[in-house]
Write a protein that binds this ligand. Sequence first.
Ligand code: LFR
Length: 443
Amino acid sequence: MTSYAAIDLGASSGRVVCGHYDGSVIALEECHRFANRPVRLPDGLRWNLLHLFTEAVSALEGRRFDGIGVDTWGVDYALLDAEHRVLGLPFHYRDARTEGVERVEGYEITGIQHMPINTVYQLMADDRVGEADGIALVPDLLAYWLCGELANERTNASTTGLLDARTGEWSLELIERLGLPTRPFGALVEPGTKLGSVLPHLAIHAPVYTVASHDTASAYVAAPLRDAGSAILSSGTWSLLGLELPSPVFTDDALTNERGVDGTIRLLKNVMGLWLEQECARVWGADFPALQRAAREVTTEVPIFDPDDERFLRGGDMPFLIAEVTGRTDMTQGEIVRSIYLSLACKYKLVLERLERASGRDVRTIHVIGGGARNELLCQLTADMTGREVLAGPVEATALGNVLVQARATGELGSLADMRAVSAASFEPVHYEPSTSKESLHA
Ligand code: LFR
């Protein structure tokens, strides 16, 4: 039996998960879960990375593993000096500093959809970029703090909007055209590269590997895909609905081409996701199971709105923003949550149509993975609105993908298909069939 530790940080919570592999299945053990609360300072919204690092490390102290890997949300970064010291506290992608930054014309190179959160926009609004000798995306930084070796891991680098989608290398042409310095952009490494050993003062006995350090890339590794007619919906704070392709597609600039393991491309769209519900829950002081129950009990018609309205991006009083967008000020909490789910499911249908058009594929199955796979009502509405079967699970796809890539790095597993076969053998998905009757939408 081998054991791997996954430090898996999402925008709303962090997890330390240990994966035990017995040669045929992986059993996941959640060692620690903690809230990820950004901090609003007078000059902007920052991640509390020292807190996240401390939480993660303390859960592993004194233990021995066959590997440790870090995956986190994408796009955010620290600038580094020549000694790899951070220049300033890293910003949260929802910080307002990118408002008003001019739109970058680089889609034909990067294949990355325009979103104000992209690293490229943050760098253009960053007054310290000229001082930087290096850049570390968040998982690069945490891995560096673990073992003292810095590397820019490629799957996450693709979320910057500065990577050439065809070659998988930094686009120095674009970086120069934007007036950004090229110096900070170092050599890129693949997932599954051994960086070193955990530094002695941390008292964890393990080698550190790069994984698919962008959480969505990790999640896609763990999606038990059956065939080319399968789409993947990584459902959490964001909904990342896409297809895995062998090469990038540039025909629809509302779709993004992010890199996965083995040079695969995730053609996908970022949909605002459960962020809408998370912000409502925060404002109401409500818990998710209660809100989901209330949403299930709704029998009235609820409005459908565009979940990707830019007004939602920065958060705030989400119930108020939804009332503003829908023109409905009379909805109960249950109705608002149901309206969110229905709107997400409708958006998925539109995105699927675009994905099918751009890829020439027919999608018959949607694999819903990540925390949203537990949300029965949302899974059923997704099947109903898209007319596709939904296979839900694994819930801990990001951590599982992290562990799978480590197990491959040590030589225990081979191809991407092998990793997916282990995922499929380890977790049984829950099946949802589309039901077209109107009542089923209220089931
Ligand atoms: C999901 C995710 C998305 C990325 C967003 C911001 O956790 O990584 O893929 O677009 O967060 O980084």
